[in-house]
Write a protein that binds this ligand. Structure first.
Ligand SMILES: *[C@@H]1O[C@H](CO)[C@@H](O)[C@H](O)[C@H]1NC(C)=O
Ligand SMILES: *[C@@H]1O[C@H](CO)[C@@H](O)[C@H](O)[C@H]1NC(C)=O
Length: 405
């Protein structure tokens, strides 16, 4: 109650910001008068975008896994934002397409508790005043017409290029066993020598050269998780099947096709979005299962660490050298966690958490590590007190937004 009332103190001076395209940066203000330590994250969102996240700050720093690509390297918040309550966002190189409604959201353990709306308008710089007398006009007119034609052609070509660069989007549910990233060859199949799929960090996801796969050239994240059509040089189907897409909520994958001279013949981008895994359970339940299925037959040296990232970092469960390691877990979870027998063989690394409490709510991650592979899954767990208490919180939330807007 106390925390939520403090939200009413958010100052609401600026609700619209205007800037010319070409400016070095623009500041989107969001200022709290107080910064209670209960806040676990501040999020800047543009909700009408397919990938709405503009910037996320958690206590340990920026968390840009889910950031919309159009904001890559363009956003920053002051380093002590959550401590001081100055959640203002600096957006560099604003363009007309950045115009729209931005929301500054505060989170407490995965729950949005306050929203501040802000309108950003980025406009074209004003044109220079037109020349007045006719002589100049005619002298100017000819080049202008020529220029307009050139621009027209340029724009047409630009548009065509843009069309080719269009990013296809694929969305899958959390927990699916595989996702298909479609790609069809648009070049002569006989010219194709090598096909490389990469992720947005330029890591090799899959490499196929002279018709055979090269797992040795593949990043650890993707080992044993990818498959391409065996007959791709006959069918032209360059699609990639990605098994157990759990380690990021979204990523952009690029399929690049090379000739034997190393020339790029074509490129196709596919954006994969995996729905967030959100669990909700009422306190008093016997247990809750945090699900995680990945590839089977993980090697014996595999380490599995379930951890909580928010609100406070804790080791939840550790499995190492073929057995659970209760001495390496935080005492908060002592005697309350259990994994399946023989999890490495089945690849079912789900964790059963007994007697879930409200204080267990937060962002969890499970990291799997061995010499040749790396896996990750994250999820949000919310443990609610009971229906009565939940309704009470909703009521306060609604009244706090009433005051904010
Ligand atoms: C972002 O910055 C990093 C490091 O400065 C750079 O390597 C990367 O290419 C940049 N990404 C984009 C999309 O500009
Ligand atoms: C808030 O932080 C921004 C930088 O992110 C800074 O430019 C601005 O002056 C700060 N505002 C206040 C009131 O300190």
């Amino acid at each position: 109650m106390k925390i939520l009332l403090l939200l009413l103190l958010i100052s609401q001076h600026a609700t619209a910001v205007e800037v010319y395209e070409g400016a070095e940066s623009v500041l989107l203000p969001c200022q709290l008068l107080a910064a209670p330590s209960e806040f676990t994250a501040a999020v800047w969102d543009r909700s009408h975008l397919n990938i709405p996240t503009v910037h996320v700050r958690v206590k340990s720093g920026d968390d840009l896994d889910d950031q919309n690509q159009r904001y890559t390297n363009r956003t920053s918040m002051s380093t002590d934002a959550l401590q001081t309550g100055n959640l203002s966002l600096t957006l560099r190189n604003p363009t007309v397409s950045d115009s729209g409604t931005y929301t500054c959201i505060l989170r407490i353990t995965g729950r949005d508790v306050s929203w501040t709306y802000l309108q950003l308008k980025v406009t074209e710089p004003p044109p220079p005043p037109p020349p007045v007398w006719p002589k100049v006009l005619s002298a100017v007119l000819v080049p202008v017409v020529v220029l307009a034609i050139c621009c027209g052609i340029g724009m047409f070509c630009g548009y065509k290029r843009l069309k080719n660069k269009e990013v296809q989007e694929v969305e899958v549910d959390t927990g699916v066993t595989s996702a298909k990233l479609p790609c069809k060859a648009t070049v002569q199949l006989s010219q194709i020598n090598k096909v490389v799929w990469k992720n947005r960090n330029n890591r090799n996801v899959h490499v196929c050269e002279n018709g055979s796969d090269h797992p040795d050239k593949q990043d650890r994240h993707y080992r044993h998780r990818t498959e391409m059509n065996k007959e791709l040089l006959k069918t032209g189907d360059l699609s990639l099947t990605l098994k157990y897409p759990t380690h990021t909520a979204r990523d952009t994958y690029t399929c690049t096709v090379y000739s034997s001279e190393g020339e790029v013949l074509m490129e196709k981008k596919v954006e994969l979005k995996v729905k967030e895994c959100k669990l909700e359970v009422v306190e008093g339940a016997e247990s809750v299962c945090l699900p995680f299925q990945t590839t089977e037959n993980l090697p014996g040296d595999t380490e599995v660490l379930w951890k909580r990232h928010e609100p406070e970092y804790m080791k939840v469960h550790m499995y190492e050298n073929g057995s659970d390691q209760p001495d390496k877990q935080d005492k908060h979870y002592k005697d309350r966690t259990k994994m399946n027998d023989d999890p490495l063989t089945s690849g079912d690394l789900s964790l059963t958490l007994k007697d879930p409490k409200v204080g267990d709510s937060g962002k969890y991650g499970c990291q799997v590590n061995n010499k040749e592979a790396w896996r990750y899954k994250r999820l949000w767990l919310t443990v609610t007190e009971n229906n009565q208490a939940k309704k009470h919180t909703e009521d306060i939330r609604i009244s706090s937004t009433d005051h904010l807007v």
